[in-house]
Design a binder for this molecule. Structure first.
Ligand SMILES: [Ca+2]
Ligand SMILES: [Ca+2]
Ligand SMILES: [Ca+2]
Length: 195
């Protein structure tokens, strides 16, 4: 009897350690959901339309050049708990004329669009990158797809990467810098003011 109790006293801490709940052995689960993390999708790792470009300041030193009407697609797995994500598009746009609009879809549903900035001139602008929000979405574990489509503009925009950043995101909040901007309801205009 004494011996058995001694054994139990010896085993119990080992069972409890690192588990946090001494109550019952956990039911076997196929996989544990992790905490949400930032997902980075390199344009060059996606599929679909676009031409590969080499840019020294791009993530991975590569971008994908999209012409109007062209679409780039990424498929990825999430094994994290459901979370809200902000979808950011990092791009460059050495632009002589009107700027492109980028439309984002997640799992086949329209998420949002952004009006691209002009990032420079005379070729230098292709190596200047900005990241802007295309929308906010809640995603759970499983397989997901993101699609970006370029339209309008002067015909060229380069996508560096797409980032899904988790967290509690205030969808209604726009980056107003002054009361005058409260009258600006266009998301793209508000985003531009973010600097
Ligand atoms: Ca320009
Ligand atoms: Ca352009
Ligand atoms: Ca890249």
């Amino acid at each position: 009897m004494r011996r058995r109790r001694a054994l139990a006293a010896c085993l119990l801490p080992a069972l409890v350690a690192g588990c946090g709940s001494p109550a019952l052995p956990a039911a076997p689960s196929p996989f544990a959901l992790s905490a949400p993390e930032t997902i980075t999708l390199e344009a060059e790792a996606g599929s679909g339309d676009g031409d590969l470009m080499h840019r020294s300041r791009a993530s991975g030193a590569m971008t994908i050049h999209l012409a109007p009407g062209q679409r780039r697609r990424w498929t990825f797995q999430l094994s994290a708990e459901a979370s809200q994500y902000e979808l950011l598009v990092t791009y460059s746009n050495d632009n002589p004329g009107a700027t492109e609009s980028l439309r984002a879809e997640v799992d086949g549903e329209m998420l949002g669009a952004l009006q691209a900035q002009d990032t420079g001139d005379d070729g230098e602008g292709w190596n200047v990158f900005v990241a802007e929000r295309a929308g906010v979405i809640r995603l759970g574990a499983g397989t997901h797809t993101v699609t970006l489509e370029s339209s309008g503009g002067d015909g060229c925009i380069e996508i560096d990467l797409v980032t899904l950043r988790p967290g509690d995101i205030e969808v209604a909040a726009r980056p107003h810098r002054s009361w005058q901007e409260d009258t600006v309801v266009l998301t793209a205009e508000a985003l531009k003011s973010r600097g």
